[in-house]
Design a binder for this molecule. Structure first.
Ligand code: GLU
Ligand code: MG
Length: 466
């Protein structure tokens, strides 16, 4: 479990001693530096690094970094809100030692996610990791609920270095043995790196699009799952670089065709019991699990501003490409935005979960999980009824039938998603006003940054950013 406590100036009890011992141990293993990692509002991973010997100081007093990154765009230009985007001020980055990992793909380095607090020791309202932790903590306190989550990571492997055009590093068909053989050394090194880092890999396979692969990892608590998705991408990129390969996690590597998803898997639990299994509802869902799914479905149009945050996200979010662009649910339905996964007989009480598909890897995983959980909880607490199941591809429903069944097409442009988000008080409240305003300002900045550009240029603009 991830530590459920905010950092405090001077260090949480025992933390500095622990960091001192850890830094000695790391130095003894040849680790020279620690990458301190978080994800900005635009979905770009930002870092500071420190020499290993500074770890105890970082655990006590944090490491400085400006809050201006909360309103950075993917092209590194800066927008402003009432609170954020100013050149003034500083924050302290506190590494979470529970999640510190020695990076197998980057010899000499360790990695840790950070929480960000102010110089006065207060919570920084722009810290997505802190917001997710608060939502998880409140769900435990108010509803006795905990969650398991995982982010599936899809990426395209290209030849050479990143930047410019994408040339796939494989020629084999989707899911093919050919493709697996072509990148055999790279993927074996990836598995070795994950094993060395203690990341439980469930599957790694060639995917649909040119050069595309996918990895699924074991479920963790939501903060741990978000951390892990960042670490997984850092590792995939680092190991690729050592093989002379470039990777793109962008929602759309090209304007046309299947993109890279970052599907979220999520289950709610109470006292060790999975609410998605063994109940009286459809496919064994409890009434609470049905309402949890219904809450997510109801808010999906607004959620896409957080889960699909890039102009390039809407090149991916097209019907019949398994990205789930309709507000519909179904058991193992790959075109429904919410896919109910029951697991196989014998494993259901452990495996049952729901998958949210209109999520990509431009999304800040902390914000995406925070908003999806908040939407689910809203459904659960108001006992929102889950509509009828959809089977097959909702794209084939006629307009009248879709309307009758409450099946809506998700936003087709980032602008529509932002308007939905702006109108959704519950989601804005989940993030808090500072972060909600940052989401809106950053999305509007991204829209303006590619205004008037054709789809291929939009894909190219974000191809190597995430
Ligand atoms: N690549 C698809 C997407 O964009 C997902 C394929 C799958 O179901 O794994 O979400
Ligand atoms: Mg996939």
């Amino acid at each position: 479990m991830t530590t459920l406590a905010d950092p405090v100036p001077g260090g949480r009890p025992g933390e500095v001693d622990r960091a001192t011992a850890l830094s000695d141990e790391l130095s003894g293993q040849g680790v020279h530096g620690v990458v301190l990692s978080y994800v900005d509002t635009a979905g770009v991973g930002r870092v500071k690094t420190i020499p290993t010997a500074r770890l105890a100081s970082a655990a006590a007093w944090g490491v400085g970094m400006s809050p201006v990154f909360d309103t950075f765009l993917a092209d590194d230009s800066i927008v402003r809100t009432d609170v954020l985007g100013s050149p003034d001020g500083d924050l302290r980055l506190y590494p979470d030692l529970d999640q510190l990992v020695v990076l197998a793909g980057q010899p000499g380095w360790a990695w840790a996610p950070v929480d960000r607090i102010t110089q006065e020791g207060e919570t920084h309202p722009g810290c997505g990791r802190t917001v997710l932790r608060r939502i998880v903590t409140e769900a435990a306190e108010r509803h006795g609920l905990s969650f398991k989550a995982a982010v599936e990571v899809e990426w395209a492997v290209g030849q050479g270095s990143s930047g410019g055009d994408f040339v796939p590093a494989t020629t084999g068909p989707a899911y093919s043995a050919t493709r697996q053989v072509e990148l055999s050394d790279y993927t074996a090194d990836l598995l070795a790196a994950f094993a060395a880092q203690g990341v439980e890999v469930e599957q790694l396979h060639p995917e649909y699009a040119a050069g595309q692969f996918e990895i699924s990892v074991g479920a963790l608590d939501p903060v741990g799952a978000a951390d892990r998705s960042v670490l997984v991408r850092q590792t995939i990129r680092a190991v690729a670089g050592r093989h002379g390969l470039a990777v793109s996690f962008a929602p759309a590597v090209f304007a046309e065709g299947v993109g890279n998803g970052g599907h979220l898997h999520l289950s709610a639990w109470r006292e060790g019991v999975n609410l998605h299994s063994g109940g009286e509802g459809r496919y064994g869902m409890t009434a609470e699990a049905e309402s949890f799914a219904a809450g997510i479905l109801a808010r999906l149009p607004a959620l896409t501003a957080v889960t699909a945050p890039s102009p390039a996200s809407y090149l991916r979010l097209k019907p019949s490409q398994w990205a789930g662009v309709f507000t519909a649910w179904g058991r193992e339905t790959r075109e429904a935005a919410v896919r109910i996964v029951t697991g196989t007989t014998g494993l259901r009480d452990q495996a049952a979960n729901l998958e949210v598909k209109p999520v990509d890897l431009a999304a800040n995983p902390y914000l995406a999980l925070a908003c999806v959980i908040a939407a689910g909880l809203d459904g659960l607490t108001s006992a929102t009824p889950l509509p009828e199941e959809i089977t097959g591809d909702p794209a084939h429903l006629g307009a009248a039938e879709a309307a009758a069944r409450g099946v809506r097409r998700l936003p087709t442009r980032l602008r529509e998603a932002v308007e939905e988000f702006r109108g959704d008080e519950r989601l804005r409240a989940a993030l808090g006003p500072v972060l909600a305003d940052a989401v809106i300002a950053v999305r509007e900045g991204e829209i303006a940054a590619v205004d008037g550009q054709d789809d291929e240029r939009v894909a190219a603009a974000y191809r190597w950013k995430y």
